[in-house]
Write a protein that binds this ligand. Structure first.
Ligand code: SF4
Length: 500
């Protein structure tokens, strides 16, 4: 069954993916890269590697997967030398958006079929899942998971085309929705972004000791940084890339279009606002720079000045609010009235999703465990708290009451996105529309009152769009704010054919 959303008070990214080709320690590189992408999925992770079996004289696959964090699942160093052998590997971190987090649903998915072996990892959500699963069921396909991802492999295995890359490309033309993919066949690493390019994906390379290059594909460039890979470029929307021996020899990657006509991209704007790490490049741009701009535009739209000339104290809700708070404080101070950036909240880095607080059921305690206000920074000050979004409003309300306990003169809240009013169907986990606080009140004043702040402002759509990179042929998905879904959503597309 789909995961329950009661606890969600931030949208959740569902996956981080990595692929490594031509590296003597491919699985180890994948492991480090997955660790850097841990923020994109903390429920489960898996790595598959392909190696040559000398006895059987053929390529075989090995995999390890489990529930929990990357560091815990792959804690035995022998895994990388004795099990996950070979110079090609892919990996996946997951939250479940379609399909539960049961073991069979943990990616990568591996198959042996008439064309050899394939392994695939997916970030995103398909929107024609039900139609395709029904159709494949009729044709005799047996599904072993409850996810939309398995569809890619069934379509490829059903293809009449000869080569794996042709089979995969054919499958990509049939599926609809959001996908960034890494796929390995016996002799190649394939990487794809859907025609609208909702999710990011970048390519890098590492120089091996023998002088050849290893190629790496990853959701965000922080995963390239951790393994010392040099950034080459972002995979384009509507692009299917094949990296093989020829790439190692010539440096050329094979690039194909998925649809003959490339539509305007619809990059997920929330990747910039919240999901991606600020030290990453996504869609070819630095996240940090965009977040600062969001903060700056927020200050232009809704600065805080005191007639007395008193300085206001600006701080972010860690971690995603910090960079925007810097931008806000800078513009507020330079163009409107005195403001200083401070660290007003400390976040515990040791609270995972599985944190258990015996005997403490209250939300207040859960928020207290995660955040602690820095009292000396807040007491007797006019504070401006910068956050990226308000979802259900429950955590914001509790957080504000904690900040109040530190006795500020007033609390002004500023949000670096417009109000969230609609669910995401492209791979992010949001609560239902009824649970979103913005659907319960008519104005930001009312929402502000409900969460207990003295003033509240959400960044306008106009300023949001002005803050993100402007390029020809590149647009943005803003559906969770305005309900304009770029790809049609099939009714019940996340309802699973096989329930757990
Ligand atoms: S609906 Fe929102 S979260 Fe989902 S892809 Fe669009 S912008 Fe991103």
């Amino acid at each position: 069954m789909t995961r329950k959303n009661e606890e969600i008070d931030k949208p959740r990214s569902n996956c981080g993916i990595v692929g490594v080709y031509n590296h003597p320690q491919a699985s180890l590189m994948t492991y480090f890269a997955l660790h850097a992408l841990q923020h994109r999925g903390q429920e489960a992770a898996g790595i598959t590697s392909f190696y040559y079996d000398e006895k059987k004289k053929k390529k075989k696959y090995a995999y390890t997967k489990g529930e929990g964090l990357v560091l815990d699942i792959f804690s035995d160093p022998k895994l990388f030398t004795d099990v996950l052998k070979g110079d090609i590997a892919i990996g996946h971190n997951r939250y479940s958006t379609t399909g539960s987090s049961k073991r069979a649903n943990i990616q990568p998915f591996n198959i042996s079929y008439h064309g050899g072996i394939l392994s695939l990892a997916h970030n995103g959500n398909l929107t024609n899942t039900m139609t395709l699963r029904k159709q494949l069921d009729k044709e005799g396909a047996i599904f072993t998971t409850t996810t939309d991802t398995e569809i890619f492999l069934h379509l490829a295995a059903n293809s009449k085309k000869k080569e794996p890359k042709e089979q995969i490309l054919e499958a990509l033309k049939i599926v609809k929705g959001a996908y960034s993919l890494v796929i390995i066949s016996e002799d190649s690493l394939m990487v794809a972004r859907d025609p609208y390019g909702f999710r990011p994906m970048s390519i890098g390379r590492i120089k091996n000791k023998d002088g050849s290059y290893a190629y790496v594909a990853a959701s965000e460039t922080c995963a390239l940084d951790i393994i010392g890979a040099e950034y080459i470029r972002s995979v384009k929307h509507n692009e299917f890339l094949v990296i093989n021996r020829k790439t190692v020899e010539t440096g050329e990657m094979e690039s194909y279009k998925i649809l003959d006509k490339t539509p305007e991209a619809k990059h997920c704007i929330f990747e910039y606002i919240y999901f991606s790490r600020p030290d990453s490049k996504i869609f070819g741009h630095n996240v940090d720079k965009v977040r600062r701009k969001l903060g700056k535009n927020l200050a232009r739209e809704s600065h805080v000045i005191k007639p007395s000339g008193e300085k206001v104290t600006v701080f972010g809700v860690p971690d995603s609010g910090n960079t925007a708070a810097l931008g806000f404080a800078r513009v507020n101070d330079r163009d409107f009235g005195p403001a200083a950036f401070e660290i007003g909240l400390i976040r515990s880095h040791y609270v995972g999703r599985t944190f258990i607080a015996p005997g403490q059921k209250s939300r207040e305690f859960k928020v207290k465990v995660k955040f602690n206000p820095v009292k000396g920074v807040i007491v007797n000050r006019n504070v401006v708290v910068i956050d990226d979004s308000i979802v259900r409003g429950t955590t914001s309300k509790t957080l504000i009451s904690l900040i109040r306990e530190a006795h500020p003169k007033e609390i002004n809240m500023r949000i670096t996105s417009p109000p969230i009013k609609f669910p995401c169907h492209y791979g992010m986990d949001f609560p239902s529309s009824e649970e979103l606080i913005a659907n319960h009140y008519d104005s930001e004043e009312e929402i502000g009152k409900a969460i207990g702040v003295d003033s509240l402002h959400y960044l306008s759509m106009e300023k949001l769009l002005e803050s993100v990179p402007q390029e020809e042929g590149i647009g943005y998905c803003t559906a969770c704010f305005d309900g304009n879904y770029p790809v049609k959503i099939e009714k019940n597309h996340t309802k699973l054919v096989t329930e757990d």
